[in-house]
Design a protein around this ligand. Structure first.
Ligand SMILES: CC(C)(COP(=O)(O)OP(=O)(O)OC[C@H]1O[C@@H](n2cnc3c(N)ncnc32)[C@H](O)[C@@H]1OP(=O)(O)O)[C@@H](O)C(=O)NCCC(=O)NCCS
Length: 193
């Protein structure tokens, strides 16, 4: 059971590149204000490209309400009393895609390039493997070069480019890049994070 794995695995302390430590655990409704503060710290240009208006308390509330851990696993990383990163594993119960899940990750600007995203996505991968998932995908707006670099670095392959598939907060069109990782095959061959 994925629930049992999560209960056993978290909270987990991970070391970052600068020697500091972050604590990773499941998001709870009590974290909502600190999670909102994390998203509020993200530059406006990036916020405009996120999948939803994550500075809107309703969006974070929806995260709290998606309480079925089989289909929505929201993780946070904490440092110095702040939420510094949020990552979510999302899947649908459809027969077609129940072996697949979507990965989302945002790291607070002052805490980037420390390996936090790598650690968080790696945690989501472990959870996914325990949930019987074999394919993970990431949706990146084509301009999000850091995100594309991250997922490429983690062994994800660019499988689709959907022109003007995304609208930003102002309704402007952007291309969407879909990146995919076969985590079962990666495990079998010992590659990736
Ligand atoms: C993309 C993002 C999550 C990366 O977070 P991060 O904690 O800085 O990433 P990490 O430190 O774990 O970096 C892991 C690898 O990703 C790549 N990478 C990350 N940021 C990069 C950058 N600015 N330039 C080049 N490569 C980068 C590198 O290969 C890096 O490995 P290295 O540091 O050993 O070279 C962060 O920039 C972010 O939150 N961006 C805005 C939100 C977003 O685009 N989310 C993705 C949509 S799901």
């Amino acid at each position: 059971m994925i629930e049992d794995y999560i209960e056993e695995a978290y909270p987990k302390t991970v070391a970052l590149k600068d020697g500091r430590e972050a604590s990773i655990r499941l998001f709870t409704p009590e974290d909502a204000d600190r999670l909102l503060a994390c998203y509020a710290d993200v530059p406006a240009i990036e916020q405009a490209l996120l999948w939803d208006d994550m500075t809107d308390p309703n969006a974070v509330e929806r995260l709290s309400e998606s309480s079925d851990i089989e289909y929505n696993v929201p993780l946070i990383a904490e440092m110095e009393g702040k939420v510094v990163a949020a990552a979510t594993l999302i899947r649908t119960p459809n027969r077609w895609t129940k072996h697949a899940a979507l990965v989302r990750i945002v790291v607070r600007p002052d805490y980037r390039r420390l390996g936090l995203a790598r650690q968080m996505v790696s945690e989501l991968k472990e959870i996914a493997l325990h949930a019987g998932i074999s394919l993970l995908n990431a949706e990146c707006v084509a301009e999000e070069k850091d995100a594309i670099a991250l997922f490429s670095n983690l062994g994800y392959v660019r499988v689709a480019h959907l022109p003007a598939y995304v609208q930003d907060s102002e309704g402007r069109p952007h291309d969407l890049v879909i990146m995919l990782s076969n985590i079962r095959a990666q495990e079998a061959y010992g590659g990736g994070d």
